[in-house]
Design a protein around this ligand. Sequence first.
Ligand SMILES: Nc1nc2c(ncn2[C@@H]2O[C@H](COP(=O)(O)OP(=O)(O)OP(=O)(O)O)[C@@H](O)[C@H]2O)c(=O)[nH]1
Ligand SMILES: [Zn+2]
Length: 222
Amino acid sequence: MSDVDEKSDGVSARNTQVTPVHTPERDVADVPAFDQQRAEAAVRELLFAIGEDPDREGLLDTPARVARAYRELTQGLHQAPEDVLTTTFDLGHDEMVLVRDIELWSMCEHHLVPFTGVAHVGYIPAATGKITGLSKLARLVDVYAKRPQVQERLTTQVADALMDILEARGVIVVIEAEHLCMTMRGVRKAGARTITSAVRGTMRSNATTRAEAMALIRGGTR
Ligand SMILES: Nc1nc2c(ncn2[C@@H]2O[C@H](COP(=O)(O)OP(=O)(O)OP(=O)(O)O)[C@@H](O)[C@H]2O)c(=O)[nH]1
Ligand SMILES: [Zn+2]
């Protein structure tokens, strides 16, 4: 498993095009504000394109509704990890902290349909014992999930943010998700789950620590 994140360092979206997993993050300040009017116009246009009549009664409010929904589903574009990893404590606790089964809803950037599953996020705090609130780990997942994404990038972004901001000694992030673009269309394979992992620092270099984390993720304590 130690090389899983290495293997996933490039995603081929088209034969001729490689989308790097580590797409440079834009500074939140450089991301344009959500344009409700533009989004509504685009949804109205899409309705025309599929042969619908956006002026029929049932669809009158749909462009505005869909635009609002997309605003919510992409709000992570306007958040930086520093915005959520705000509360840190120096508890002197320098052993592993792991939150398992964090519910995850994201949106595949290829088809703009959801992928959903769970994220398991663990870290070994800095020697100083700098830790964050448990809910902040779930919030961090959302920052990166609520935007057009691929699962591999989501996984590495969460891991890298924890390493950088908490100065963690080690991090493990495992995401298990079902992609609706594989379920409701295309290849139509319901139930196929994609598992990605990113391991950093001592979690990568120390096989025993990594094995302990994996046992906890698999539910070894229950
Ligand atoms: N690696 C990776 N691939 C993804 C993710 N989400 C969706 N995909 C894949 O992205 C690929 C896009 O392939 P294309 O051939 O360009 O698109 P398509 O014709 O709609 O492909 P099909 O889904 O096979 O019908 C598909 O194979 C999807 O399964 C993701 O998070 N990670
Ligand atoms: Zn997709």
